[in-house]
Design a binder for this molecule. Structure first.
Ligand code: C2O
Length: 347
């Protein structure tokens, strides 16, 4: 097999962008002796599914659960894998080259962006975050809501994240982009492209382009990336934008890499990262359903066998593969369906 699998015992310092504002050591603490379990916690057939809903349709009570869970994660000891910053470091280590590939390609660093690993890696990442958070608040059915920036009602930062007294607040964000300012899904730093009243229609047409017109797996999912290949073969349409652009739009335009959301080594320190990626995970599923069914890479054995490692809510280090991520119902969750206003927004 030529599937990617990180050599987690060889984790090393990450590569940071120029003028990084913090110098994190992102390698997670490993259990000693090293004990790894293979993922097998599939949802029981009749168990209730966790339903991920759009934040603009949720009430204060539900959002208070997310707020509470993140507050607890932030309060855990720094060396607890469930600790909030530890979780952010998992993202950092997989994005900024903390892990080498296995021999004989240990000179190549793994990066889960700009390739076919993008959607499945983040699916697993949010999955474990959700289980940890649900466990900490005593609600195993808790589902990470999604920031539906592709819905008209969702095209601004959800207000819950802008309340300075909330654990969902984050200091390093662009102060010009607080609600009710409309998000630019094709944002370029320091180049506000259009006026606020044109922005909604512009965003819908842009979504149509990135989702509907991106009708092959190579264009939508990103490039093939196997053991022995250089990282970042090709970026997928939605990963480039709105994914990257919304990251940059949230972060501070006046910092070198638009920290925190605007760059991988710090992005997951901002709580809005999780609903942002809940939405991207949802869009993967929607894309595969367009035109009566579009194909991602699910008949490629190397893609299916690609592996990642995460801590679960019981502090077990778990090995997962892409094959086991493909059916979200088997992972115990679904997305509440909402209208797709961009579906017919052909420019
Ligand atoms: Cu791994 Cu939104 O980035």
């Amino acid at each position: 097999s030529r599937a990617i699998s990180p050599d987690i015992a060889k984790c090393g310092p990450v590569e940071l962008p120029p003028n990084a504002i913090t110098l994190p050591y992102c390698c997670p603490i490993l259990p000693s002796p090293l004990k790894i379990i293979d993922f097998k916690e599939f949802a029981k057939p009749n168990a209730p599914l966790r339903v991920r809903k759009p934040i603009h349709l949720l009430d204060d009570e539900y959002m208070a659960k997310l707020e509470k869970g993140i507050a607890i994660m932030k309060s855990l000891p720094e060396n607890d894998p469930r600790n909030y910053i530890q979780q952010a470091k998992v993202h950092c280590v997989y994005c900024n080259g903390g892990y080498p590939q296995k021999p004989p390609f240990q000179n190549l660093k793994i990066d889960i962006h700009r390739s076919w690993l993008f959607y499945p890696f983040h699916r697993w990442y949010i999955y474990f975050f959700e289980r940890i958070l649900g466990n900490l608040i005593g609600d195993p059915n808790f589902a990470v809501p999604y920031w539906s920036w592709d819905s008209i009602e969702g095209m601004q930062m959800p207000k819950y994240f802008a309340d300075p007294n909330s654990s969902l607040y984050h200091n390093l964000r662009d102060p010009r982009h607080l609600p009710p300012y409309i998000v630019d899904l094709n944002y370029h730093v320091n180049a506000e492209s259009t006026t606020q009243d044109q922005q909604v229609n512009y965003n819908l047409a842009f979504m149509y382009k990135q989702m509907v017109l991106a009708d092959t797996k190579e264009v939508f999912m990103g490039g093939v990336y196997r053991h022995g290949d250089q990282a970042q073969p090709a970026i997928g349409s939605v990963e480039l934008a709105p994914h990257n652009t919304v990251h940059k739009w949230v972060g501070r335009a006046d910092l070198p890499s638009q920290e925190d959301m605007g760059t991988f080594y710090t992005a997951a320190r901002d709580p809005i990262f999780y609903p942002h990626h809940s939405n991207l995970d949802r869009l993967w599923g929607i894309w595969t359903s367009l035109d009566g069914g579009r194909k991602d890479y699910r008949d490629d054995q190397d893609w299916l066998d690609s592996e990642f490692f995460f801590y679960d809510e019981n502090l077990n280090l778990v090995r997962v593969n892409i094959r086991d991520s493909l059916d979200t119902k088997k992972l115990g969750y679904v997305y509440e369906e909402v209208e797709l206003p961009w579906l017919n927004a052909s420019p």
